[in-house]
Design a protein around this ligand. Structure first.
Ligand code: SPV
Ligand code: MG
Length: 309
């Protein structure tokens, strides 16, 4: 259900604290899905479509801000974006925290800020700072295991709320390392306090993910991001005991495709008549942003003869 915008304190104030729903999604017995969002509007659309939880994607947030997914966006820009997202929805948000924006101290600072702004969990990947998007290029140097475990422990200790979820992301397969190294890293990150392991792959099939899942043997929930192996049916993940699938960048990519198509048509046709049936109506936009709540509030709080917005 969309946020009840009749609650004024939820309109703009970063008043949410983590609740247990993200933990239930990721650690529960059923396969769950997190949908990518990168701003308040995409978050509200994903919630209204029926998603129970959101992925605040680093790639998508960077892209919409005009940055490359290589820590060009500052941690505070990410926190501000997440705050707008959280304010727009009632479903929990897992935030892509990249590698934590530095060492253990930066990681715990960002996680704490995100928790204060209402995020329900963070995902930290075992790379250095700056990181590079996992699908770009061949150089993906991994963090030392002990040092990364320190980052995880610092986040766990830094956010006092036990409902806050910590996902550790293993990039060993992205970096071309062995499955054994991926398993060893995952075991160390679990020991360091992670609630779940995100095992990432950029292969076109799910083979290495499924092999990892079998070898992992359900030691803790597994999260996957099937951006490249998108042809695999989710039933396969259910059978493999995967906990959560993240559809990681598809709102952002849908927006790119739709905006490109509309811009090209308006330029070519020198008219907006042709695209009108294909774009969202203004009433849909006003509905998404709760304009009706504002007019109810005006009736409540403005003198009867005051000018209205
Ligand atoms: C993101 O959505 O920013 C992710 C997933 O981290 S990926 O782009 O696959 O690295
Ligand atoms: Mg990312």
């Amino acid at each position: 259900m969309p946020l009840d915008r009749s609650q004024p304190d939820l309109l703009n104030a970063p008043s949410r604290t983590a609740d247990s729903r993200l933990r239930e999604l990721i650690c529960g017995p059923n396969l769950s899905f997190l949908m990518e969002a990168h701003d308040a509007l995409s978050a509200a659309i994903a919630e209204q479509a029926g998603f129970q939880g959101l992925w605040a994607s680093g790639l998508s947030i960077s892209s919409t801000l005009g940055y490359r997914d290589s820590n060009e966006a500052s941690w505070s820009e990410v926190v501000d974006t997440v705050e707008r997202m959280v304010s727009a929805v009632s479903v929990p948000v897992l935030v892509d925290c990249d590698s934590g924006f530095g060492n253990f101290n930066n990681a715990r600072l960002v996680a704490r800020k995100l928790a204060q702004r209402g995020a329900s969990g963070v995902c930290l990947e075992d790379k250095g700072f700056p990181k590079m998007n996992s699908f770009v290029g061949e150089r993906h140097p991994l963090a030392e295991v002990d040092e990364f475990c320190g980052r995880l422990k610092a986040v766990k200790d830094g956010v006092a709320d036990p409902k806050f979820v910590l996902v550790a992301r293993v990039e060993a397969l992205i970096a071309g390392r062995s499955e054994q190294e991926a398993l060893d890293r995952a075991a160390a990150y679990l020991e360091a306090g992670s609630d779940a392991i995100l095992i990432h792959s950029r292969k076109a099939t799910a083979d290495e993910i499924l092999s990892f899942a079998e070898a992992w043997g359900g030691r803790c929930p597994l999260v996957i991001v099937p951006t490249k192996y998108y042809r695999t049916a989710v039933a396969v993940y259910r059978d493999a005991g995967i906990s959560t699938v993240i559809w990681a960048n598809h709102n952002m990519r849908a927006a790119v495709a739709a905006m490109r198509s509309v811009c090209e048509r308006i330029l070519r046709e020198e008219s907006i008549a042709g695209i009108e049936p294909e774009v969202a109506s203004l009433n849909e936009v006003f509905g998404l942003l709760g304009y009706d709540e504002l007019s109810r509030a005006e009736t409540l709080y403005l003198p009867a003869d005051a000018p209205r917005g």
